[in-house]
Design a protein around this ligand. Structure first.
Ligand code: NAP
Length: 262
């Protein structure tokens, strides 16, 4: 089995969840996925393709570089010819829905990042498992939980967006669900796999401070006040409508599991 993007937060969790088998963990140094696969990777039983351009605002400034990774890189992973799991995002939706998005809902990405991820889904091919998840956090790399822990210990108050609602998903729980998906013989195609429950970023920040025992106030602001370059969906709760879909624990349980590792 090959794991691309093994140095990232999901890649690290996949390496743990699939550790029972023979696994080759590939960081960017071992395979820059914008280039064709290096010789020697052919014949894999499974490719878990977690390498991606995940800088949402950066993609707005350099959409071609983001596409080279998210579209070209996924195409290269598919060229290996092995069963493939590709990862996508809630940011393929525009957020106008007021009930959870399911697999049959039409995508309409608002940002360059979302557009490259949607094109990446197509590049994965028809037989691939395409796993859409959201608001990932884990024990490596940069993510909202780790940023809030740092800011919360430095400041008395943090300003956090309260008009975007989604499902914060712990990478450990997502990786276990992917293991269930692939190991359970479930068919390919789109799968929405995200934590149970939903919240805003401000509610998540409050939960982080509460669980970690940090004394820091959360000032609720709007997306417009924050003024980030890339537009984001106001509502991107994901649920699966597919029979046998793995169910993830509640995001708050994921938060506790993550904090135990930090
Ligand atoms: N993060 C989220 O909130 C979120 C939400 C929904 C879906 N997703 C999707 O979930 C997947 C995993 O995301 P993540 O949160 O684990 O991201 P991450 O922590 O940023 O990890 C991505 C990994 O890909 C690597 N990478 C970037 N460009 C590469 C290239 N050209 N060749 C090889 N490797 C490259 C990065 O290496 P460097 O560290 O060297 O850059 C990093 O190790 C992605 O498909 C992402 O779109 C993420």
């Amino acid at each position: 089995m090959l794991v691309t993007g093994a140095g990232g937060q999901l890649g690290a969790a996949l390496c743990e969840a699939f550790a029972g088998g023979e696994l080759v963990a590939l960081t960017r140094a071992q395979w820059d996925v914008t280039l064709p696969p290096p010789p020697g990777l052919a014949g894999a039983a499974l490719v878990l393709h977690a390498a991606a351009w995940t800088d949402v605002d950066g993609a707005e400034a350099d959409p071609q570089a983001a596409a080279a990774v998210n579209v070209g890189g996924t195409q290269h992973a598919a060229e290996l010819g092995a069963p493939l799991v590709a990862f996508s995002t809630d940011y393929v939706f525009d957020g106008r829905c007021r009930r959870p998005y399911v697999e049959s809902d039409g995508p309409a990405p608002l940002s360059a990042y979302g557009r490259t991820k949607l094109l990446g889904e197509a590049a994965a091919g028809e037989r691939a498992w395409i796993v859409r998840s959201s608001w990932l956090f884990g024990w490596v790399g940069t993510n909202f939980v780790r940023t809030m822990l740092r800011l919360g210990s430095e400041r008395e108050e943090v300003a956090v967006v309260d008009d975007q609602r989604g499902c914060p998903t712990y990478v450990g729980h997502l990786a276990a669900a992917v293991h269930e998906l692939v190991g359970g013989g479930l068919p390919g195609g789109l799968w929405h796999l995200a934590a149970a429950g939903d919240c805003t970023w401000a509610e998540l920040a409050e939960a982080i401070f509460e669980e970690a025992g940090i004394d820091c106030r959360v000032r609720r602001i709007t997306t417009a006040e924050l003024g980030r370059p890339a537009p984001r969906p106001a509502y991107s709760v994901l649920r699966s409508e597919r029979r046998g879909a793995p169910q993830l624990p509640h995001w708050r349980e994921g938060l506790r599991a993550c904090l135990e590792r930090l």
